[in-house]
Design a protein around this ligand. Structure first.
Ligand code: ADP
Length: 760
């Protein structure tokens, strides 16, 4: 919006500047030339006024004699014309000097007897003083009109306009042509004549002549033909007759816009053109200046818009083709509406504004480029600082480049070259790093579409070139488990998530998968091949399971014999205490072995998960009755929420054992007088078991560790309880095996909430 307002303001300024330019002589002449050109283009028109010129031409001078003719000859001429009964007769001759009395008298009589008459008057400078040269009083009789015969050519000597009236010495004399029309009683429209009371007042104003054509457009009758009777006088009937010189060299000649042939037009013919212009209402009106300013401003704005919209060649073509359009427009106005719409200022606008806009564009681009290079260089230096391996050569080149004082166009190009090369090097270095990583790397955009896979990904068995959805694709590469939820979680929370030892579908390879967010622009999945580690773990736990299994038999014997020694009272008092300890420790050892075997069997997959639909309520009831005595002994209340017949599709035994660990821990790590709550909720495709307590709680930095095997906290509450750090590891394994999860929210000193989610 600001740019548009700026452009409008600038367009107005440019328009004013161009119009001011056209006030200077040089451009004013350009305007005249354009005016003449347009007028010639509009072409001649046929005269519509009844005008005839009785021409004192070369032939007449040859036959009748050189000028000045005696006044009685003139009187005869006037008489001959008057005999034809014209509407008016106008003499474009100055009759201001006295000749012979008889001759003057004869002419005065002829004038008095003639039709309505118009005589010429002229301003002249005598010794530097302007005076009116008027006909002698004997000619300027009552009823005879006087008209000024000034042509007022423009600076270039071409006659285009006349003044409607001229004033001087307290006298206002209307134009000759105007007086002729009045004398002839021919109506015409004008805005320079006003009635003030009973008098007609004429304002001196320019009248732009619409020349009907070049020299000879109006009917001419040579004066000698009239004088010797060769030309019939009936042709003058009801005509307006102008008598004047057309012979060359007598001074009263003017160039007109039609004078292409170089021929000047006689003054009398110019008057005929003025009469015709006024009579036909063809006076050329100039386009109002304010309108011109507005049109020019709009045109400049249009040029700006063209440049803005179609930068380059198309905008030049459009701007240049506006030239002929404007000319045509001007021609149309002149030909049909007699309005002069000057097109040169518009052409000047094309010539000045189009390159001006180009220069402005260049300046803007240059400035932009400067800013961009500045930004690039600061960003780039940061990037290079972390890019340790950039070569010494490029460091030298960079410091040389930025050390240069004169930052001209050459420098800018060098800078761009430098950044380009460095960027290429940087990119290929990064690519090489990515390609040499053995882990599989898959990158997705925030919408989930895969945007990058490194070469190891391409070696995966189920590799696809353009997978649609990253979560589904990673799941396809692995064992087919649903990974949508982890992906969504990572995107939502912005925290990475790892899952270890995910097998491929054929269980031949195992991957540790990490899903990490890339600052609001997607997700990167790294898959580390952990098959060897998995096999080692497997071998270890197989080994330990075997040993544990083998330990169970001797342990049962130890326990059995110890029980018997007690039962049959086979040892003395001191020995009984020892036996109690042996029995306690062996049952702890057997518990440890059992929990270890449990987790090992689930982890190794030996315990095949057998899912069935079962109702949650009876299972919880069993559990509460199992823990009832232990809780009561610690004065802890167990509460269970209403389950509303919720069913779950899972391995009942494993879920039961997992929950047993959670409830057992809640009782173990809570002080007397507290409550343990068990809740179940069904929704969003999961059944969620919540076990909450009011116990000692777990600090945030240990929350993730408590699910590791054999991890026990080092706090007094934990030390006071027996345990092996295997319960939560087992619970998590059960959750994962079901495609679910176990999480904890806890606050030290207030309690913990464990949530076991099993997909339904
Ligand atoms: P343990 O046999 O030690 O209970 P677990 O794997 O069940 O082993 O738990 C690991 C550790 O987590 C425990 O040693 C204990 O410190 C902590 N813990 C587990 N459950 C709770 C709980 N409800 N409140 C506080 N600490 C708990």
């Amino acid at each position: 919006m600001r740019a548009v307002l700026g452009a409008v303001a600038a367009s107005c300024l440019v328009a004013v500047a161009i119009l001011l330019l056209f006030w200077t002589t040089y451009f004013a002449e350009l305007n005249f030339t354009a005016y003449d050109f347009a007028l010639r283009l509009a072409g001649p028109v046929s005269p519509s006024s009844p005008t005839i010129i009785v021409a004192i031409d070369e032939d007449s001078l040859d036959r009748i004699g050189m000028w000045p003719w005696t006044r009685d000859k003139l009187a005869r001429l006037v008489d001959r014309v008057s005999a034809g009964r014209p509407r008016a007769l106008a003499l474009d001759l100055l009759l201001n000097d006295e000749t012979s009395e008889d001759a003057d008298y004869a002419l005065a009589i002829a004038i008095a007897n003639g039709p309505p008459m118009v005589l010429a008057a002229e301003r002249d400078a005598v010794n530097g003083v302007e005076l009116w040269r008027q006909p002698l009083a004997v000619f300027a009789q009552k009823g005879v009109r006087l008209g000024h015969v000034h042509a007022d050519p423009d600076l270039d000597g071409i006659c285009r306009r006349v003044f409607s009236a001229k004033a001087g010495e307290g006298l206002v004399i209307p134009a000759f042509a105007l007086q002729v029309l009045h004398a002839a009683g021919l109506p015409f429209k004008s805005d320079f004549e006003q009635k003030v009371g009973s008098a007609d007042v004429i304002r001196p104003q320019t009248i732009n002549i619409r020349f009907a054509g070049d020299v000879g457009t109006f009917r001419h009758v040579p004066a000698w033909e009239v004088l010797d009777g060769r030309a019939g006088t009936e042709q003058f009937k009801d005509q307006v007759v102008l008598i004047g010189f057309t012979a060359e060299g007598l001074g009263d000649e003017w160039f007109t816009p039609f004078a292409e042939s170089g021929r000047k037009m006689s003054g009398v013919e110019v008057h005929a053109n003025i009469i015709d212009t006024l009579y036909a209402g063809r006076a050329i009106v100039e386009f109002p200046e304010l309108g011109l300013l507005a049109a020019l401003a709009a045109f400049v704005a249009l040029l700006w818009w063209l440049n803005h919209r179609f930068e380059g060649r198309r905008s030049y073509a459009a701007a240049i083709s506006a030239g002929p359009v404007l000319l045509a427009w001007s021609w149309l106005f002149l030909k049909y509406f007699h309005v002069w719409f000057p097109f040169p200022p518009f052409w000047a606008a094309i010539v000045l504004v189009v390159p001006g806009l180009e220069v402005a564009n260049r300046v803007r681009i240059n400035r932009d480029l400067d800013r961009k290079i500045e930004r690039l260089s600061s960003g780039w230096i940061d990037a290079l600082n972390s890019f340790q391996s950039h070569s010494a050569a490029s460091a030298i080149r960079r410091s040389r480049l930025f050390g240069r004082v004169q930052r001209d166009a050459r420098w800018k190009l060098d800078a761009i070259d430098f950044f380009n090369e460095e960027l290429m090097r940087f990119l290929s270095f990064n690519n090489a790093i990515l390609e040499s990583i053995e882990d599989v790397i898959i990158v997705s955009d925030p919408a989930g579409g895969v945007v990058y896979q490194n070469p190891p990904a391409k070696r995966m068995e189920r590799y696809e070139e353009n997978p649609q959805n990253a979560a589904a694709y990673v799941s396809l590469l692995l064992d087919g488990r649903d990974l949508r939820a982890p992906f969504e979680n990572v995107l939502a929370k912005g925290e990475p998530l790892s899952v270890n030892f995910i097998p491929t579908r054929d269980a031949r390879r195992f991957y540790n998968v990490t899903i990490s967010p890339i600052a609001a622009s997607g997700i990167v999945v790294t898959m580390h091949d952990a098959t060897a580690q998995h096999e080692l773990n497997q071998a270890k736990s197989d080994m330990v399971s075997l040993v544990s299994h083998e330990l169970r038999t001797p342990l049962t014997s130890i326990r059995g014999y110890s029980d018997m020694l007690l039962k049959y009272n086979l040892v003395k008092e001191k020995g009984r205490e020892f036996l109690d300890t042996i029995i306690d420790e062996s049952s702890r050892l057997s518990q440890l072995i059992q929990s270890f075997l449990d987790i090992a069997s689930v982890e190794s997959g030996r315990h095949k998960i057998t899912k069935s639909d079962f109702e949650v309520d009876p299972m919880l009831k069993d559990m509460i009755s199992l823990f009832g005595p232990v809780a009561a002994a610690k004065d802890i209340k167990i509460e269970s929420s209403v389950t509303n017949g919720i069913c779950v599709h899972a391995d009942r035994l494993l879920v039961y054992q997992a929950l047993t660990n959670l409830v057992g821990n809640a009782i173990k790590y809570s002080p007397a007088g507290t409550t343990v709550r068990i809740g179940v909720a069904n929704g969003n495709d999961y059944v969620r078991f919540r076990v909450s307590d009011q116990g000692c709680g777990i600090p945030a930095d240990e929350v993730s560790k408590i699910f590791e095997k054999f991890y026990r906290r080092e706090n007094p509450e934990t030390r006071a309880q027996s345990g092996f750090g295997l319960g939560l590891a087992f619970t998590r394994e059960v959750a994962l095996r079901h495609g679910g999860d176990v999480v904890v929210e806890s606050e030290v000193g207030k309690g913990s909430v464990f949530t076991l989610s099993i997909p339904n």
